[in-house]
Design a binder for this molecule. Structure first.
Ligand code: ADP
Ligand code: MG
Length: 227
């Protein structure tokens, strides 16, 4: 029997945006636990609050109210420095539009998050980068620039970059929204394989109902609450 530990716990998370005179309640009291090694999909229509929730989980943005723990840490009480340390060490991001650096080749793109991790030797860094690129099936493309790759391949590079730091949590914000359906399925397969292989917790957000049946745990969000 596998016993999952709660890696993350959100309680009553609220977030309101102010646009001129208008208040938009993007999150209206989110309660959520994510367990170690889990692969979960956050599903909701456009505007339901998925990205806002991912930004809070990724410590890119703060909620107005609520509590957020990761392991035994109270994330909302951390200083900006502590948060950026946590973000770099423990959290990997994958975005819809890949966010690769066009002037860097594939190897250099994947290397980026390691450049601020001083505890790794040059050799360890090199090995991690190669392993990470190999894990996503792109070892023949090390010296290619991103614009020589297809959309699916670019997303694989972004996945390798997110995993190269060996994070505990991967947050993927509609990672397949710019891909055709065959490529989408390959990317989802790859994410699930990596989840099993690396024991990383994945929260994958999508508005694509077709992907749902494939995912272990489905979390539905509507108008800023989990239903
Ligand atoms: P999703 O990712 O599910 O499409 P979002 O989290 O982006 O949803 O948005 C939730 C709600 O908050 C929407 O109504 C959106 O328009 C609003 N919103 C998101 N970001 C901002 C922002 N920076 N300023 C104002 N409103 C925002
Ligand atoms: Mg979004």
């Amino acid at each position: 029997m596998i016993v999952f530990m709660a890696l993350i716990e959100l309680k009553n998370i609220k977030k309101t945006y102010t646009l001129g005179e208008t208040q938009i309640q993007a999150l209206r009291g989110i309660n959520l636990q994510l367990h170690e090694g889990e692969f979960a999909a956050l599903i909701g229509t456009s505007g339901s609050g998925k990205s806002t929730l991912l930004h809070i989980l990724g410590t890119i943005d703060d909620p107005d109210e609520g509590s957020f723990t990761m392991g035994d840490q109270n994330v909302l009480s951390l200083s900006e420095n502590e948060k950026s340390y946590l973000r770099n060490k423990k959290i990997g991001f994958i975005f819809q539009s890949f966010h690769l650096v066009p002037v860097l080749n594939i190897y250099e793109n994947v290397e980026l998050p390691l450049l601020i991790q001083s505890h790794l030797s040059k050799k360890e860094r090199h090995e991690r980068i190669l392993q990470s690129i190999e894990n996503v099936g792109l070892k023949d493309f090390l010296h290619h620039p991103p614009n020589k790759l297809s959309g699916g391949q670019r997303q694989r590079v972004a996945i390798a970059r997110a995993l190269v730091t060996h994070p505990s949590l991967i947050l993927a914000d509609e990672p397949t929204a710019n891909l055709d359906s065959a490529t989408t399925h390959k990317i989802v397969d790859l994410l699930m394989e990596l989840n099993t292989m690396m024991k990383v917790t994945f929260l994958f957000c999508t508005h694509d109902e077709k992907l749902m049946s494939r995912v272990q745990r489905q979390i539905r969000i509507q108008d800023g609450v989990i239903i």
